[in-house]
Ligand binder design. Structure first.
Ligand code: ADP
Ligand code: MG
Length: 385
């Protein structure tokens, strides 16, 4: 359905497909501005469903659930890129939806995603598509050692197998269920960074500062954002690439682009996420507009003004592992001691059960200077263990 030209004003209901933590933080941002929300997620205890005025407990492919979401909502967005693009397309026939199903479909599939990067003139890691057993034999030797990644449905390092030699390729493909994959060359990374842009329906585009990210075990662990966290020329190249990628998709919404920086200084795009991103959480406490408010503004067609970061920031991800003390026994981390550190803000997602590797929350740390923010983050990390 064609989106309205007029802004959708506070008091209206906005819908979210997916009930995870990103949806929860969108709901918080929308409610803070006086909107009502409707979340569709099959889990009765989903983090976003728990805090939304309306929670439709059905699967993403349930026509009745989707119709109910469309009936309640003035416009709908998504918080989870693995929502079937078909569900977004079905919704779009009934109410305004952003980002569009076609853009989400590109981000859902590593093969389409890489083709889009090429169309935008942005380099990515050398790769080969592996869709059949026969293609395994034709993979160029120069791609090894590499990482075999499922084309669809991977996240947080899941759906990936490291492949040291050509001889290990067939077993890796078996381990991933013989589904369409890409084999990427394993690159010597100097660092990783990401950029969040918000693009409105009128083509206005704004961005958050370039974020420097540290991953552990394929999962984001720490994001640092302050002047000097990256060489300026590199940050400018990343920004230009992220904007070209969003423009090329005619994207409406918040889009995160992840990059690799190699030891020789070259910048390669890794992947995109058609939604707010874990590496943008610092914006909740260190910027005058958070990534969730940017998502709200794009969805409600409110003005997009350039966000300004007012404090140097470090974000620590809080995985379920922190709940398991070394001596055994499940206990919450020492929140009171962490919050006694000035400049710390705790965000927890309301998940009842802590599991290893599960994202339970994050800690935003800000400071007057980068050194102060880093020092506090180190103290917090020491307390968390
Ligand atoms: P996910 O969808 O799980 O985030 P990514 O493709 O971003 O998957 O991979 C997760 C992490 O694994 C990356 O952030 C990076 O640290 C590492 N990684 C992925 N691909 C490569 C590569 N080709 N070379 C080196 N490291 C990689
Ligand atoms: Mg990633």
């Amino acid at each position: 359905m064609t989106p309205p030209d007029e802004p959708i004003l506070p008091g209206s209901t906005l819908g979210v497909l997916g009930g995870g933590q990103l949806g929860r933080m969108f709901v918080h941002a929308a409610q803070a501005m006086g909107y009502r929300t409707a979340v569709l997620d099959a889990d009765p205890e989903s983090p976003a469903g728990l805090v939304s005025q309306h929670h439709i407990c059905t699967g993403y492919d349930d026509p009745q659930g989707l119709a109910e979401l469309a009936r309640l909502s003035a416009a709908v967005t998504t918080e989870f890129e693995n929502v079937p693009a078909a569900a977004l397309a079905a919704l779009a026939a009934q109410c305004p939806v952003s980002p569009a199903a076609a853009a989400v479909a590109v981000a859902q599939d590593r093969v389409q995603e890489k083709a889009h990067f090429a169309r935008c003139g942005v380099a990515c890691a050398p790769y080969a598509v592996v869709e059949t057993a026969a293609q395994l034999a034709t993979v160029p030797a120069a791609l090894l050692p590499g990482i075999l990644k499922t084309a669809r449905l991977g996240y947080d390092g899941k759906g990936q197998v490291r492949v040291p030699t050509a001889g290990a390729l067939a077993a890796a493909w078996d381990a991933l269920g013989r589904q369409p994959c890409v084999l990427e060359k394993m690159l010597p990374l100097a660092l990783e960074c990401s950029v969040i842009v918000a693009r409105g329906a009128d083509g206005t585009i704004v961005h958050l500062p370039v974020q420097r990210n540290l991953h552990r075990g394929g999962i984001l662990a720490v994001t640092e954002v302050f002047a000097g966290n990256l060489p300026r020329a590199l940050a400018e190249r990343a920004l230009a690439a992220a904007m070209a990628i969003a423009d090329g998709l005619q994207y409406v919404g918040v889009l995160c682009t992840e990059f690799f920086v190699l030891q020789d200084g070259s910048l390669l795009v890794n992947e995109i996420a058609p939604r707010p991103h874990n590496s943008g959480h610092y914006s909740q406490d260190a910027c005058d507009l958070s990534q969730f408010e940017l998502q709200l503004r794009t969805l409600a067609r409110l003005p997009l003004t350039p966000p300004r970061q007012h404090s140097p920031a470090v974000m620590l991800n809080l995985l379920g592992d922190l709940w398991f003390a070394p001596g055994g026994g499940e206990q919450p981390p020492p929140w009171a001691a962490v919050l006694a550190l000035p400049g710390t803000r705790l965000h927890l997602y309301g998940k009842r059960e802590a599991r290893r590797g599960r994202k339970m929350g994050h800690l935003n740390v800000s400071g007057a200077t980068p050194e102060a923010a880093r020092a506090t983050a180190l103290q917090a990390a020491a307390l968390l263990g």
